[in-house]
Design a protein around this ligand. Structure first.
Ligand SMILES: Cc1cc2nc3c(=O)[nH]c(=O)nc-3n(C[C@H](O)[C@H](O)[C@H](O)COP(=O)(O)OP(=O)(O)OC[C@H]3O[C@@H](n4cnc5c(N)ncnc54)[C@H](O)[C@@H]3O)c2cc1C
Length: 309
């Protein structure tokens, strides 16, 4: 597969945007994960579509990677093709709307909006993901969610019939994203996010800056921002707070190998140095069992497990 894909995409290869046996740990906020057989970093829609068509025709599995901040990548890594969206970086303003491509960091989106005097996306400041990953996950924090400000998106349907058509782009209006808590139509329909437009509100840049700083301060106060993690491991169970349930089970600081329940926030698992995906998985299962046995509450993971087991 490697020489074939190299011959198919010589320009990507020459630009260093087609990499083989590439370790993924450095591309994951957990700093965990084995290699990708092939890591491709397209910089245009045309390159992305060509890669997807290639993968679909050759029946090579592919995975779309944002900033890797909601993933537990297995120790054996990901077979097939990993397509990183980091090459999609455009961000523009038109009146009170900001358009951002999939690979733009949420931090950059928030800072851009702040400088432009546009409010409403501050809640996302400090979420270490990309716009694509955030729309896919309907990311949210501090009372805000992506769904509150999203106006429309452009996506791809990863099917040959659509990708080969003269107009392969799917335009989604806000309601067509079918957003709910950490869920979207991008997940249920396996859509690939290209860009989104956010509808914001004019405000004083210094007032926006103040709110962003406040959110950042709270994050550093309450979350283990200084250690590698995947953010909240579990979705919030109805009527409960995960961190409190885990803490009440006496699990604060509990560790398996270098994977530990954070001392600062029991909803986070942190990597204390050389944690493996296997250790994190074992710890997740241990937490789920302990919490269920004690409170009969099922904890569903928010972080996504990917790769070969
Ligand atoms: C310290 C820390 C704090 C966090 N705090 C929060 C928080 O407050 N709120 C919150 O909601 N989340 C939080 N997270 C989790 C995470 O940052 C979000 O889920 C984020 O939206 C993931 O974006 P990403 O680009 O890193 O996606 P990735 O982790 O790379 O991918 C996540 C999923 O999205 C898919 N995906 C990514 N890009 C695309 C695309 N362009 N098209 C289609 N699918 C795509 C991937 O295939 C994968 O299934 C936190 C994480 C950390 C490490």
């Amino acid at each position: 597969m490697k020489s074939d894909i190299q011959n198919h995409f010589p320009q990507l290869y020459e630009r260093g945007q087609l990499l083989f046996d590439q370790p993924l740990a450095k591309r994951s906020s957990f700093k965990i994960g084995g290699p990708a057989d092939v890591l491709a970093i397209p910089h245009s829609q045309k390159e992305l579509i060509a890669l997807l068509i290639y993968a679909l025709q050759k029946q090579i599995p592919y995975f779309i990677l944002g900033r890797g901040s909601n993933l537990l990548i297995s120790d054996k890594g990901i077979r097939g093709l990993v397509i990183s969206m980091e090459g999609f970086q455009k961000i523009t303003r038109d009146e009170n709307y900001i358009s951002a491509f999939a690979g733009v960091r949420l931090r950059s989106l928030c800072e851009f909006a702040q400088k432009e005097g546009l409010a409403g996306i501050e809640f996302a400041h400090g979420i270490p993901g990309s716009v694509g990953g955030a729309v896919f996950m309907n990311a949210g924090a501090y009372g805000g969610e992506i769904k509150d400000r999203l106006y429309c998106s452009k996506c791809l349907i990863p099917e040959l019939e659509h990708l080969n058509s003269s107009n392969p782009i799917l335009h989604l209006r806000a309601e067509q994203h079918e957003f709910s808590y950490r869920m979207s139509a991008l997940q249920t329909r396996s859509l690939i996010h290209l860009s989104s437009v956010f509808r914001l509100t004019e405000d004083d840049p210094s007032a926006i800056r103040k709110r962003m700083q406040e959110i950042e301060r709270t994050r550093w106060e309450k979350q283990p921002m200084d250690l590698p993690s995947g953010g909240s491991v579990f979705k919030r169970p109805q009527g409960h707070f995960t961190g409190k349930l885990v803490d009440d089970c006496g699990l604060r600081g509990y560790r398996i190998g270098d994977a530990a329940i954070s001392d600062k926030h029991c909803g986070f698992i942190v990597n204390l140095g050389h944690a493996t995906a296997q250790e994190v998985m074992q710890l997740i299962e241990y937490i789920q069992k302990t919490v269920y046995d004690r409170y009969q509450v099922t904890l569903e993971t928010e972080i996504r497990m990917v790769g070969e087991r």
